[in-house]
Design a protein around this ligand. Structure first.
Ligand SMILES: Nc1nc2c(c(=O)[nH]1)N[C@H]1C(S)=C(S)[C@@H](COP(=O)(O)OP(=O)(O)OC[C@H]3O[C@@H](n4cnc5c(=O)[nH]c(N)nc54)[C@H](O)[C@@H]3O)O[C@H]1N2
Ligand SMILES: Nc1nc2c(c(=O)[nH]1)N[C@H]1C(S)=C(S)[C@@H](COP(=O)(O)OP(=O)(O)OC[C@H]3O[C@@H](n4cnc5c(=O)[nH]c(N)nc54)[C@H](O)[C@@H]3O)O[C@H]1N2
Ligand code: SF4
Ligand SMILES: [Mo]
Length: 681
């Protein structure tokens, strides 16, 4: 294995491991064995040397004095934060003896792994860990907190996560950024759009919040939360009525165009305007702009699908480019996610065969609070890695109550003593991605990248692969699968003739070139992975599963009579809860604010800078009010997953519902209702 560890000085190639579509190519500057600077790799074909401020300040996180160096065991009460260092031997022995005992008494399903993409590396996020838990026969986790609803919805229309190549978007003449805060969350899509803008492209942003992305737009269209499918259907109504459709494309590549024409008659501009809050004249203007501009491109974000109806919203928007035949033009079409192109051999990597004939229960990660409080066949041990459920999961008060259970044996593997780790019995220090070998495939651009270790592991920290290998040895697992090296695992994953886009991508080519692009070809002319092979405007498969077969607007659930819809979205300087514990990033972001409409503020006697209490029957928060015209009346927006501290109440997930979305069992962070009042202090 090639490694740069032994070279104490120099500049070494790397890849950003964070859960971000851009997956930037990086250069790590090393001096005396330490990373002193993180820079963008100017040769990376998509990210071209530009990186975000978060990662430019990554050394502050890597060498933060709070970073964990040793395994710890809890000596105080859960949540109190009193721990003492122990050896790895003691840590692994404590975990495995506990698990052996639980398996004997209650079976392996009493153990639950909880993980997500804190490190997007495929071996770290879903590699050796999956092998281990498959062999163990533990409960499974349904990892659907992020994009599950939208991916399912997009898949019904388009057959999988296949959109257009972002590099082609420089040819686009009309960008619609729909429910995506790209300036903060997909900065290189913004760079590409800027290039297109120089050639005359227009940028439209459809969002519930005029944030940095809305301010950058040529035209910002505010919409009421959870009404996007109605807007898309209203646009279709006008496109059909004014004959702005591409009939030859519809005939050749779609199913159900005539049924859709009849179906969208009910979504007339007056009705749609009433639902969405978008004025009738704007509906006409947008539909006509969309119907007469080629190529046009819709970048579908994650925000609009964190709703009760999020799956259908994305499915509906995904139908739009077909109506005007945009898929045939270079730079035309849509992208929700592009992970389909880089699909690799997940069975070889994760080894579901190690489960043998056993079936195990699956716990939805969005309902971890409920699951931990379940008294029948309870979860008795949870192993958390690459995620921080105490901060990121909905209905956080339930999560906390669950984590407080004395009879729950909790292990957390992380770089920091996170909010979740505060409740752990055993805490294990995690190596950073720059310290381990892994491979990465972006879910937006179409490059696979490799990471070779650049620096020594920090303190006694270990990578996810190492930890699960150690656990496997102690559990007595003999299979070769637990002895494979990182290189072995990468080779196994890339050996996948089922996916022609992967052709020619090997361990060797990655090691030589650092990033290798999927063998792209246009989606059309071609056959999609839908049952019909075409774009399914009408979906028989959905009908069989009990969904409306045609795109349909259904309002989000009104979960109380409280007057405001609350949208707690991500912020600019954190990545989910990552960086929310690093002083540098906190100072960049300053403090969480509550954006509200000026008219609502006036009516409630709230002025800019006032502390307000936001509450519902799930919990309460205190945030500083920022009234203005950036949100519609009846809507409240906050940004960022902030840590809880003794003197703040800014943990917004105490307010969010843990219902599941219409499709994909996804999270509905943005469909909750709240009330607010001026706080007494
Ligand atoms: N800086 C930064 N970058 C990140 C992250 C981060 O935390 N910080 N997180 C990463 C991750 S894991 C993900 S999944 C992506 C998410 O990034 P995005 O895809 O941008 O998704 P969100 O930021 O969740 O929401 C996008 C926008 O949707 C809006 N929105 C909410 N509800 C609705 C609605 O009903 N309709 C419409 N039209 N808009 C709505 C919000 O106001 C927000 O501006 O970003 C990744 N990149
Ligand atoms: N209110 C609200 N809540 C949200 C969202 C929202 O928009 N609003 N967004 C949701 C979305 S889209 C997502 S994706 C989730 C994300 O939620 P999480 O996946 O929990 O993301 P992070 O908070 O970044 O936590 C990742 C953790 O992994 C750790 N880590 C990093 N690398 C490694 C490693 O190599 N090994 C180990 N063991 N640990 C590592 C980091 O230190 C960090 O503590 O949050 C969701 N929660
Ligand atoms: S967080 Fe995103 S934008 Fe920032 S360096 Fe990583 S991949 Fe690039
Ligand atoms: Mo996400």
């Amino acid at each position: 294995m090639q490694s740069y560890i032994n070279q104490s000085d120099g500049v070494f190639p790397s890849v950003c491991s964070l859960d971000c579509p851009d997956q930037c190519g990086l250069l790590l500057h090393k001096k005396d064995g330490k990373i002193i600077k993180v820079q963008g790799d100017p040769d990376h074909p998509v990210t071209k040397g530009n990186i975000c401020n978060k990662v430019r300040n990554m050394t502050d996180r890597l060498y933060d004095p709070k970073r964990l160096k040793q395994p710890l065991k809890r000596i105080g009460a859960k949540g109190e934060g009193a721990f003492t260092p122990i050896t790895w031997e003691e840590a692994i022995d404590t975990i495995t003896s506990n698990w052996k005992d639980l398996i004997k008494k209650h079976g392996p399903e009493s153990i639950l792994p909880y993980s997500f993409y804190g490190n997007m590396g495929n071996l770290s996020a879903e590699g050796m860990d999956r092998r281990f838990f498959n062999k163990l026969g533990s409960s499974m986790l349904e990892r659907s907190i992020c994009n599950a609803a939208g991916s399912a919805g997009y898949g019904y229309t388009m057959g999988g996560s296949f959109g257009i190549d972002p590099e082609e978007t420089i040819h686009t003449k009309l960008f619609i950024m729909w429910g995506i805060n790209a300036v903060s969350t997909n900065m290189h899509q913004v760079t590409l759009a800027q290039q297109a803008r120089k050639n005359g492209a227009k940028i439209v942003v459809i969002d519930v919040h005029k944030n940095q992305t809305g301010k950058w737009a040529d035209w910002f269209i505010p919409i009421l939360p959870g009404t996007d499918s109605a807007l898309a259907l209203g646009l279709m109504h006008i496109l059909y009525a004014e004959n702005l459709i591409d009939q030859p494309f519809l005939d050749a590549y779609t199913v159900g165009a005539e049924q859709l024409r009849d179906h969208v008659r009910q979504y007339d501009p007056a009705t749609v305007s009433g639902i969405t809050g978008v004025p009738i004249e704007d509906l006409y203007e947008l539909a006509r702009m969309y119907g007469t501009t080629t190529p046009s491109f819709v970048r579908i974000g994650n925000g609009l699908q964190h709703h009760d109806n999020g799956g259908m919203a994305v499915r509906t928007i995904a139908c739009l480019p077909a109506l005007t035949g945009q898929w045939m033009a270079k730079g035309g079409g849509a992208t929700k996610g592009n992970s389909g192109y880089l699909a690799f051999n997940t069975d070889a990597l994760r080894r579901p065969d190690l489960l043998q004939d056993r079936t195990t229960r699956t716990i939805n990660m969005n309902q971890i609070g409920q699951a931990l409080l379940e008294s029948e066949n309870p979860i008795r041990s949870m192993f958390v890695y690459g995620s921080n459920p105490a901060l990121v999961a909905p209905s956080a008060n339930k999560v906390q109550e669950g984590l407080m259970r004395d009879d729950l044996f909790t292990v957390v593997h992380d770089l920091f003593l996170t909010e979740t780790a505060m409740y752990a019995d055993i805490v294990l220090p995690a190596a950073s991605s720059y310290e381990t070998e892994d491979f990465y495939n972006s879910y937006w651009h179409n490059y696979i990248q490799i990471q070779k270790p650049v620096i020594e592991k920090y303190g006694e920290s270990k990578s996810n692969v190492e930890v699960f290998k150690l656990l496997a040895i102690e559990m007595g697992f003999q299979e070769q699968a637990f002895k494979d090296s990182e290189e072995d695992m990468i080779r196994q994953a890339l050996d996948f003739s089922d996916n022609p886009y992967l052709d020619g991508i090997t361990y060797e080519s990655l090691s030589k070139s650092q990033y290798v692009k999927a063998k792209m070809k246009p989606l059309f002319p071609g056959k999609l992975k839908t049952p019909s092979g075409k774009i399914e405007l009408y979906s028989e498969r959905m009908k069989q599963l009990g969904y409306e077969p045609l795109p349909t607007y259904k309002p989000i659930i009104k979960d109380s009579d409280l007057p405001f819809l609350f949208i707690p979205a991500p912020n600019h300087n954190f990545l989910n809860s990552t960086f929310s514990n690093n002083a540098k990033h906190i100072s960049l972001e300053k403090e969480p604010k509550l954006h509200m409409n000026e008219a609502d503020a006036k009516q409630l006697g709230i002025a800019s800078g006032d502390m307000v209490r936001i509450w519902n029957d799930r919990g309460e928060c205190l945030l500083k009010a920022a009234p203005g015209e950036n949100v519609l009346p009846g809507v409240l927006v906050s940004q960022g997953l902030w840590q809880k501290t003794p003197d703040t109440k800014q943990h917004i997930n105490v307010l969010t519902p843990d219902r599941l979305s219409d499709m994909g069992n996804g999270a509905v962070f943005f469909s909750g209702r709240v009330d607010l009042e001026k706080a007494s202090h």
